[in-house]
Design a protein around this ligand. Structure first.
Ligand SMILES: [Zn+2]
Ligand SMILES: [Zn+2]
Length: 214
């Protein structure tokens, strides 16, 4: 808002026709009004705030850079035109607003659909996770069973071998020489055969000792 400054001595607005002066307190007056005041007043003081001032402290002329003041002609015709222009612009804005609102509504609907999808996917994910953990438990159980079965199979194999050895020893004990020779020949050669023979020998020795004790 422009400042409508005026001289408090004569109450006229400042304009281009008369010089404006200022005193050190900052108050401004027409230069001639101020000089007149100094001549008539008993003390040299600011007419407005009564602070003591000397004539040397006066700024005699202030310069205002005044912007071009074009008088705006406000005739009824141009005012009506302006109103019409604003009405048209308002209508356009309202249309724009309605369009924006429509867009917002459709986006909101889309968002709702997305939210529903997300919820169902989350539920599915939860179900899948549950299934996964159940399957993991089952797998662990099956793994345990597998290792138990393997242990049992190993045990059974050992027992079978032991039984075979015992049977062979039984045969050895009751057999005649040709049959024993036949058996040893059937064992073949190599490390496995040597080990088998060693087992027979040791077992026979143990049996002999037991018999002696009896
Ligand atoms: Zn004045
Ligand atoms: Zn003053």
């Amino acid at each position: 808002m422009p400042i409508r400054a005026y001289c408090t001595i004569c109450s006229d607005f400042f304009d281009n026709s008369r010089d404006v002066a200022a005193v050190t307190c900052g108050h401004t007056f027409h230069q001639e009004c101020l000089l007149q005041w100094f001549h008539s007043a008993p003390h040299r003081t600011c007419p407005q705030c009564r602070i003591q001032v000397s004539s040397r402290q006066i700024i005699n002329k202030l310069f205002f850079d005044i912007g071009g003041e074009e008088e705006t002609v406000l005739d009824p015709e141009s005012l009506k035109n302006e109103v019409d222009r604003i009405k048209v612009s308002l209508l356009a804005k309202e249309k724009e607003k309605r369009e924006c609102q429509g867009l917002v509504d459709s986006l909101r609907e889309m968002l709702d659909v997305r939210n529903v999808t997300i919820q169902s996917l989350q539920k599915e994910l939860g179900d899948m996770e549950m299934l996964c953990s159940t399957l993991k438990k089952q797998m662990k159980f099956l793994d345990n069973q597998k290792s138990e079965t393997k242990a049992a199979k190993d045990e059974a194999r050992k027992l079978r071998n032991k039984l075979k050895t015992m049977e062979s020893i039984e045969v050895l004990l009751q057999a005649q020489r040709p049959e024993v020779e036949e058996m040893i020949r059937n064992m073949g050669s190599g490390q496995a055969a040597v080990e088998q023979l060693a087992i027979y020998c040791v077992s026979l020795k143990k049996k002999k000792k037991k018999k002696k004790k009896k």
